[in-house]
Structure formats: structure tokens, C-alpha cells
Design a protein around this ligand. Sequence first.
Ligand code: FAD
Ligand code: NAP
Length: 320
Amino acid sequence: MKKIIHNKIIILGSGPAGYTAAIYSSRANLKPFLITGNNKGGQLMNTNEIENWPGDVNTVSGTDLINRMHRQALKFNTKVISDHIISVKLSEKPFFMIGEKNIYTSDALIIATGANPRFLGLESEHTFKGKGVSTCAICDGFFYKNKEVAVVGGGNTAIEETLYLSNFVHKIHLVHRRDHFRAEKILISRLTKKIEEKKVILHLNCTISEILGNSFGVDSILIKKNTYLNEKILKIMVSGVFISIGYTPNTSLFINQLDMKDNYIKILYGQHGNHTQTSIPGVFAAGDVTDHVYRQAITSSASGCMAALDSERYLNSINL
Ligand code: FAD
Ligand code: NAP
């Protein structure tokens, strides 16, 4: 039978946002409980090479970085609970959460449940994940300096990633399934310049049907024209494929309970404190679950820190 466990403050998520919130809350002596979720450590566990975490001069693996955050949270008395929340009720206090193993209640809640990049659905993209297939140009682009790569997608993310990569890769093949882009006009006009400079080659009405390679990683892709008349398959030699077809924030639990925009949890933002408060006082959100723009470990950690400070102030204000 499930036990009911209460704590003053509960943090959902064991990525950089959740662990940073835990480190700050526990150093404030709030004795937080952190519920890891099924994806322990979050998105960073999928990468071996992080080069932009400040203070780590040498490349650090996601597992190492998260393990260090985990140990630091434990050092200051965070209780780390291995469970995954399946439903919540936030309209009453204390906040109520049903997990796969137990039931939890809390006076303050920090949601740091992150987001997951979308994939095309090819087996080969998983085979080459981290070996040529990436979902983050800012994270991995540097490894493709002077090489030829492909980007898939036609939204703001795909065009921004293409423009970013164009600063240092040799050439980019932009593959999009339709003949026009969803991205904003200003980005498209910048893209047009890169196409004129022959830095970017467009493949419109095309989908990637296969990613090919060997034990060293990706070496090519097969693309297919999406027209019935012309089913020609084209092989393009590339060392990397950036899948930029959007992200799915892990917010299904909070639908109809918290205000959201495009499925991301809305927070107050602003310069007057309480930056991470959601539409319910006492419920705070941090990291990729609130952010479709920056999506970095450091920005997630920073907002985890803010959520811890905001929740501490909230608990003080209700005298708990
Ligand atoms: P996440 O890391 O997404 O963690 C979410 C957590 O919430 C998980 O622990 C999950 O188990 C938990 N959770 C979800 N649902 C529930 C639930 N119902 N109940 C309880 N818990 C739940 N950023 C960089 O700065 N540098 C890099 O080099 C870099 N490389 C990357 C490489 C890859 C392949 C990917 C995918 C991302 C990379 N990023 C990088 C981006 C970075 O990983 C994310 O921005 C960051 O992890 C977001 O942190 P987060 O804590 O908000 O969420
Ligand atoms: P998005 O707008 O949903 O675009 C996803 C793109 O990927 C679309 O072009 C879509 O094609 C394509 N796609 C989806 N599934 C696919 C599949 N299975 N195979 C091939 N292509 C597929 O996602 P996003 O670009 O990540 O943007 C998400 C949100 O963040 C948007 O609201 C965006 O405006 C915002 N954003 C803003 C900024 C900014 O303001 N600078 C930057 C990044 C993101 P179709 O067009 O055919 O549907």
C-alpha cells in the first residue's frame, strides 16, 4: 500500500534545475525532498561531452556533472526519492501528488520536470545518438567545425540552429518536410543570405529516410522527396545530423491546473523577485519546463536557484 509522505518543500525532477533547487533549499535548512522521476539525472545523462559548463575547463560528461550535483545535494541533507509522479492536485493546500510508489504532500512545490526533444522515429537516430546525431547545436555544434552537417526541421529552432552552425561548419543541408517554413520572417531572411552564400543547401519537401554510418559515427543520410511523382532517394555525405523538430515539455500532469503557454508552464518573470512563481502561489517552476528558448544546463540551474530562493521566501511569508 502507498504511504502518504509530507514535507515542507518537494522538488520534482533530478536534472540541473531540480538539483540546483535542492542544493539551495537544503543549504537554507529547509530539508527538501527531491523526487527523481523515471529519467534520473534528466537530459544531460544523454551526453558525454559538455564543454560549456562554467568552471569545468576539461570536457565533462553529463553523468559526471549530474553525479556531482547529486552528491552536493545529499551533503546538505536533501532526501532524494526514487519515484515518478503520475497525478497532482494543486488547487488545495497542502499540494497533493500521487507517485508510482507513494503519495506526497507539500507546503511548497518546485516543478523541474524538464522537456524531451522530439525525434523522427528512425531506429538509426537512436543508434547514432551522441555519435553524430544531436538535438542541440549549441551543445554539440563545435564538434563539427569545418565539417558538413544536416539540420532537420522548419521552425524557429531549426533555422536558429542552422544560422548558429553556419558560423563554423563547412556546409549545412537543411532538410524540411514542406515547401515553406514555420519560422519567423527575420530568421528566414538571414537564412536566405546563407543560402546565397552557398553555406546552406535547402532540401524542401524532403524527409530523412535513413541515417547511415559505422562504429566511428554518422557518415551520410538518405533523403526522400515527399512527392508521389518523384520518389528519388538522395544520399548526402554528412558527419552530423541535428534533429530540430521541437521539444515536448513534461507538463501533461499540470494541464488545467497551472497556466501554460504552448504547453510550457508560465512563470511571473520580471525584476521584482518571485520570478519562478506559477499561477498558484507556493508552486514554482524552473528549467526547461518553463523555457522553450534557452534550454541549457546553466540556465536551468540558474532558474532552479531562483525557485529555491522564491520558495524559501514564500514559506517564510506563511510562517512555516
Ligand atoms: P531535465 O534535464 O529535462 O530533467 C527533468 C527531470 O524531471 C528528469 O529527472 C525527469 O526524471 C524528471 N521528471 C519528469 N517528469 C517527472 C514526473 N512526472 N515526476 C517526477 N519527475 C519527473 N545543455 C548545456 O548547457 N550544455 C550541453 O552540452 C548540453 N548538451 C545536451 C545534450 C543533449 C543530448 C541534450 C538532450 C541536452 C543537452 N543540453 C545541454 C541541454 C540540457 O540537458 C537541458 O537544458 C537541461 O538538462 C534541462 O534541465 P532541467 O533540470 O530543466 O530538466
Ligand atoms: P516547432 O515550431 O513546432 O517546429 C517544428 C518543426 O519541425 C516544424 O517545421 C515541423 O514541420 C517540423 N517537424 C515536426 N515533426 C517532424 C517530423 N516528424 N519530421 C520532420 N519534420 C518535423 O518547434 P520549434 O522550432 O522547436 O519551436 C517551438 C516553439 O518555440 C515555437 O513556438 C517557436 O516559435 C519557439 N521558439 C522561439 C524562438 C525565438 O523566439 N527565437 C527560438 C526557438 C523556438 P511542419 O512545419 O511541417 O509542421
